[in-house]
Design a protein around this ligand. Structure first.
Ligand code: NAP
Length: 868
């Protein structure tokens, strides 16, 4: 597939290559090596005068990696693993730069790198299926493929402080540090910023400077790095089997082999929690603290326990209480802004010539010719250091004028945030790849591992195109939109959106607020990329002499936490419910229920009995903590009319009580096959009548009653509404039907599409029906409410259906039928959810906003005004 002439100078100074790569850092170097090995003509264009990328530019004092060097290194060359020895656990910038220089020399990479060459534009030529790349050295390169290997943190943020260019002393950016170094001896120095670069440089600058003033806008979490020689334990583990170690890293969450805890932080005792945090603190490992418990990045209360532990460490180090308090991060959960590891960072504030200015209390008003003015004070400096960070993840990419199909500019396409497929490609920009681009794990992982994975994927893709005589690749709009959705779905079940971080684009004024990286983990991400290839490059369109080719589709459709739950369940190899007797299924359901989180606290819980259609029924009442009387919701549990109880749906009922601010009365109706159709429906109606008649005694508001049910319980709730209408009472204010059974037809498309694999299967549903009702009875509207001749005058309804649920279509049909009969209905389809998602309180976090809608619907039924 060599583009016309192969490499070398063409006419009029234009050259033709297979691939142009921008950037000679970790990723560009390895990509060049791979492409050459595959026989492609390739050049790397690099604006610096040597290799190194971020490690070329970030030469500020104290710069070093914060992932252990054993991990933060290439794995592609086994020789390199044995011939290179890191002198420290966290190597310094000069050592990392030497390492990259060594790799470039060893593989003779420099001869295909053009240094001091900045790419200014890249334009896709649709007619020729080539990119035209222009540099600041003039001339043009035509290439088949164009790859941005420009790094995630490479474009320093432009100064956004008034007067930044006015200062007449020396000023430096940590991300563009002079090669000759800076002598701070005897100088009055101001440092702006307290991110990773500042945390590393401040202790060293303080050693030289006569006076050091640190301007802090947001304090950062940091722990001692305990740097020193490479850890013997780690080295022994690595040396025992380097290949196995690397493979474990590739299939880990963060790109470093780690034990993953299963418990949440609040599930262990305070002593146990403290002990684990102490161990993480002592380890000096950046990833250790955040991985102490499973829920630190998703549960605010759990996260706060770690925050307070770390704040107390700061308080114990910094002697001046006011400075200590100012250094304690309080505005963001741990991990949602990149935490740091340090050497004597907090200790530095105990030095007499070092002071902290808390910009939250006393903001910078301007930089002056002689220093920095804050609202309250004027500071004079000889040197100002801007440790103010980067236009992360997108800045360096859109800094080049990249024009795709139809003259579309990438900067315009991304005006509202980056849009990519797998963080590797973007629709409308054929044959264009980004390494560790937005929408990939990148900055949330060990970059060395993520870079190698991206380079391998891109190289293999280009090679496979050559093998198949394909010339153009482009992601489809469908695949891309779904990937962006998936990335956002993941972000939304974490605490990351709560912080004003560069992960969210929040550090650059005017930048869209979008969660930029992919938080699903290196392992899950790698699996998705591999599956795309296995499925014939799902979501990519190809062109070639043989014509266009495309296997369009979506690689991840389930909500991320639903997918994780299903993965976990698959590993347990559980028996199917329909292979059990009803007694066994009941026992199994009880055992499963015992394992889940308990749900939120409510004001009061009362267990009692009420008269059913044929004897006493147990019920459980949940009372809100707010002052009563409250409206009442009669609730019917799921379980296919065969199993389930007040216990099985306890967390969901608690949640419903809290979110609706209503009393929830969960009723234990009789079960099949011992009490078959219509026992459950009759019990449901009897219970609702009793609750209505006894509302006051229950602490409720008489006359204010709604019903709610999940699955078979949704069936009962629906049936009860019609029975109440026909009986002339009791009056029901509204119905919330959660993935309800509404019909006995098991042939709808949702049954076919979701027959297996999503917990509620088609065979299980058949098993339920077989136990509940004879075939002749199933069409009775008391069993199949969709079949009722008249659905008018039913209470207003919220019908919730899930995408991957056999019952989806009958729920939808019921909502439509009620609406057609004039009932006020809101149908809420839930993308990426399964039948059991929404009731899995504190397990499926993506279900929480939908449960909030259920609570809102109930409050609205009761006449409360609820914000839309
Ligand atoms: P950063 O984390 O974005 O920190 C920039 C700092 O400057 C923040 O404290 C920020 O405050 C402050 N700032 C920015 N604009 C300001 C303004 N106008 N007025 C006052 N303060 C302002 O940047 P960084 O320290 O260069 O680090 C960036 C990332 O690079 C790190 O998160 C890390 O991923 C990577 N890095 C890694 C290493 C390592 O491996 N050891 C070292 C350095 C960097 P706000 O927080 O309020 O915005």
């Amino acid at each position: 597939m060599a583009a016309q002439n192969g490499s070398g100078n063409g006419e009029h100074g234009a050259r033709d290559l297979d691939v142009v790569v921008v950037g000679a850092g970790f990723s560009g170097l390895y990509l060049l090596h791979r492409l050459r090995g595959l026989g492609f003509s390739a050049k790397v264009l690099e604006s610096a005068d040597d290799v190194g990328g971020t490690w070329y530019w970030n030469r500020y004092p104290g710069a070093r990696c914060d992932i252990e060097s054993i991990d933060y290194s290439y794995s592609f060359d086994p020789e390199l693993e044995t011939e290179w020895h890191w002198s420290e656990r966290y190597a310094t910038q000069p050592e990392i730069l030497r390492y990259l220089g060594h790799v470039a020399d060893k593989h003779d990479l420099r001869r295909d790198i053009e240094f001091s060459t900045r790419v200014v534009s890249a334009r896709w030529d649709d007619a020729a299926s080539l990119w035209h790349v222009r540099t600041d050295r003039g001339g043009e390169i035509r290439c088949r493929f164009y790859v941005m290997a420009t790094g995630c943190l490479s474009l320093p943020k432009t100064p956004d402080i008034e007067g930044a260019d006015r200062f007449r002393g020396a000023s430096y950016y940590t991300g563009r540090w002079p090669h000759e170094g800076v002598d701070f001896t005897g100088k009055r120095v101001g440092v702006i910023g307290t991110g990773s670069s500042a945390v590393q440089s401040i202790p060293i600058i303080a050693q030289q400077a006569a006076q050091l003033t640190v301007f802090q806008r947001t304090p950062n979490f940091s722990r001692p790095a305990h740097n020193g020689p490479v850890s013997p334990a780690k080295k022994a583990r690595f040396d025992a089997d380097p290949a196995a170690y690397r493979e474990a890293a590739r299939w880990s969450g963060a790109g470093v082999p780690l034990e993953i805890p299963l418990e949440g932080a609040l599930q262990v005792s305070a002593e146990e929690r403290e002990a684990r945090y102490e161990a993480a603190y002592a380890s000096g490992d950046l990833l250790a603290a955040g991985s102490t418990f499973a829920d630190l990045l998703s549960n605010r209360a759990a996260n706060e326990t770690l925050c307070e532990f770390l704040r107390n460490k700061i308080r114990s180090i910094v002697r001046d209480p006011e400075t200590a308090e100012a250094l304690c991060p309080k505005d963001h959960p741990y991990g949602t802004k990149r935490p740091c590891i340090d050497t004597n960072y907090f200790e530095t504030y105990n030095l007499p010539h070092v002071r902290l200015v808390d910009l939250r209390k006393d903001p910078i008003t301007t930089i002056t010719e002689t220093g920095i003015d804050t609202a309250a004070r004027s500071f004079e400096f000889d040197i100002i250091v801007f440790a103010t960070g980067f236009d992360a993840m997108t800045g360096a990419i859109v800094a080049v004028d990249i024009t795709g199909r139809g003259g579309q500019e990438l900067a315009d396409k991304w005006a509202h945030g980056p849009v990519t497929y797998l963080g590797l490609t973007t629709h409308g920009f054929p044959n264009f790849f980004m390494l560790t681009g937005p929408g990939s794990p990148s900055v949330l992982s060990n970059m060395a591992v993520s870079i190698e994975q991206h380079v391998d994927w891109v190289s293999d893709c280009i090679a496979s195109m050559r093998d198949q005589d394909l010339t153009v690749i482009e992601p489809t709009a469908t695949a891309e939109a779904a990937w962006v959705q998936h990335v956002n779905d993941y972000g939304d079940i974490t605490l990351f959106p709560l912080a004003n971080s560069w992960y969210m684009g929040a550090n650059v004024p005017g930048k869209p607020r979008v969660f930029l990286p992919y938080i699903g983990g290196v392992d899950r991400y790698r699996k998705a990329c591999d599956e795309v290839v296995e499925q014939d490059y799902l979501g990519f369109a190809f062109e070639g002499p043989g014509g266009p080719r495309c296997h369009d589709g979506v690689i991840r459709r389930l909500q991320p936490d639903v997918a994780i739950l299903l993965e976990t369940m698959a590993t347990l190899d559980l028996p199917t419910m329909e292979s059990m007797s009803p007694e066994e299924a009941r026992a199994f359901s009880v055992a499963m229920s015992a394992e889940r989180p308990p749900g939120p606290d409510v004001g009061e819980i009362v267990d009692a009995t009420l008269p059913g259609a044929a004897g006493e029924l147990a019920y459980r009442l949940y009372r809100p903590a707010s002052p009563g009387p409250h409206p009442i919701v009669a609730y019917f549990h799921g379980g296919g009319w065969v199993f389930g109880s007040v216990d099985s749906d306890d967390p969901f009922c608690r949640d419903l009580c809290v979110r609706s601010d209503a009393i929830v009365v969960s009723v234990d109706y009789r079960h099949a096959p011992e009490a078959p159709f219509p026992a459950a429906a009759d019990d449901g109606f009897a219970a609702v009548r009793w609750i209505a008649a006894n509302a006051e005694a229950l602490g409720g508001e008489p006359g204010r009653l709604a019903v709610c049910g999940w699955s078979a319980g949704g069936n009962i709730a629906a049936v009860v509404c019609r029975l109440a209408r026909d009986a002339g009472g009791p009056r029901i204010d509204g119905q919330v039907l959660v993935t309800p059974v509404t019909d006995c037809d098991l042939t709808r498309p949702s049954y076919v599409e979701n027959a297996d694999g999503y917990i509620l299967t088609a065979p299980l549903m058949r098993w339920f029906w077989d136990h509940y009702a004879d075939p002749a009875e199933r069409t009775d509207p008391k069993a199949s409410p969709l079949r009722a001749a008249d659905l008018s005058r039913l209470p207003p309804a919220l019908v919730v259906t899930c995408e991957f649920d056999p019952l989806r279509d009958e729920g939808t049909a019921y909502a439509e039928a009620m609406a057609a009969a004039g009932v006020e209905v809101r149908h809420r389809p839930c993308r990426g959810h399964i039948h059991t998602s929404l009731t899995a309180v504190d397990m499926i976090l993506s279900g929480a906003p939908i449960r909030e809608e259920m609570g809102g619907a109930l409050r609205r039924f009761f006449g409360a005004s609820v914000p839309a």
